[in-house]
Design a protein around this ligand. Sequence first.
Ligand SMILES: O=C(O)CCC(=O)C(=O)O
Length: 285
Amino acid sequence: MTGPNGGRDAPDPSDGPGRDAPGPSDGLGRGTPEPSKSHGHTAPDPSKGHWHSPPGPSKSLGHTAPDSSDGLFPRPRSVVAPGAVHVPGWLPPERQRELVEACREWARGPVPLRNTVLPGGGVMSVRTVCLGWHWQPYRYTRTADDVNGARVAAFPEWLAAWGRSAVAEAYGDPAAAEAYAPDTALVNFYDGAARMGMHQDREERSDAPVVSLSLGDTCVFRFGNTRDRGRPYTDVELASGDLFVFGGPSRYAFHGVTRVFGGTAGPASGMRAGRLNLTLRETGL
Ligand SMILES: O=C(O)CCC(=O)C(=O)O
């Protein structure tokens, strides 16, 4: 999320209702499922060099990465742009359920889920709760002064460890993984109507990668370029358990969520409806 030139309240070329259209408030993952719709992939554009996808089998969180196909179509890992890696099905169902449960707990407080109000008066359709540091447009604070003034829940060490595993998985670079020290997470809840406009994550004073974990309904995640919100961009489907890491040359790429496919969360995810996304970041603060 970012300031004047890249904020979530700035014009967005993506289609569909924007972040100023809150959907019905139905509790975390407990809304009414919508019928699922079909949708396509944009082919990834693998790149070479350090930011290329690492070799070798995928191991993380003490488990072997599960089959990332949905039974019909294989979902291979891809390097969407240099430094931007998508690993489908990285979190196995048990870890997804644990994470959903943790999100439910975080959503209860000390700071509740809220629709962020933007400086221009718009209200984001996504509902968010933060860990470690509270994000409000466009800065981090320890207390949620735009919600209830409470200090946000601590960023747990186990989640930092998942972040390090994620970086290792994405880049195959043990040194980068070991050095990764996320200290904040934004937990975003999307009901079927929620979207997120194209923006950059640049309130952090660290160039460390952003680790994104998705749970529940599948969405279209638009991953763009570092210049502006327009083309070129790649639309990537993020499904429950998917990992997406963006760092290096892609750390400041514009990105957003143009669509959520209601009713696509399998029961194994622990979500009955809606989508959760966690982005782990180093604030550098
Ligand atoms: O929901 C997502 O996949 C993206 C979230 C995001 O871009 C953000 O929190 O800044």
